[in-house]
Design a protein around this ligand. Structure first.
Ligand code: FES
Length: 123
């Protein structure tokens, strides 16, 4: 099963070119992500991995591994990092920094409202 696709609202009266600006998108409930695991969500043209650490903190990074595109949401989460399921590169889920190699992934601010998870993404 692929990542669920979310639709964002756009203003139909806008006639000027769309400027890139951050918007908040609700990707669903915390209950959809077991503690210590991640899930992938499709937001516009991006697939975002959302991780729920065992301490309750939630972080979001790009889902595609910079090595060869492995799905980081399916990796093993522990000690603030995820290990890619393909070739075991390690990425810090809070900063997006690769531990195994000099690279940085996109990160997305997360806001929790009760059980709902909101991500801030570029529109
Ligand atoms: S694709 Fe992630 S480590 Fe190779």
């Amino acid at each position: 099963m692929g990542a669920p696709t979310l639709f964002t609202h756009t203003n139909p009266t806008t006639t000027t070119p769309f400027l890139s600006q951050p918007i908040e998108v609700c990707v669903g409930s915390l209950h959809n992500i077991p503690l210590g695991e991640g899930r992938a969500y499709r937001v516009g043209s991006e697939t975002i991995a959302v991780f729920r650490q065992r301490n309750g903190k939630v972080f979001a990074i790009q889902n595609e591994c910079p090595h060869r595109g492995g799905p980081l949401s399916e990796g093993i989460l522990g000690a603030g990092s995820v290990i890619c399921p393909f070739h075991a590169w390690k990425v810090n889920v809070e900063t997006g920094e690769c531990v195994s190699d000099p690279c940085t992934l996109r990160t997305y601010p997360v806001r929790l409202d009760g059980e709902s998870i909101y991500l801030k993404v570029e529109a």
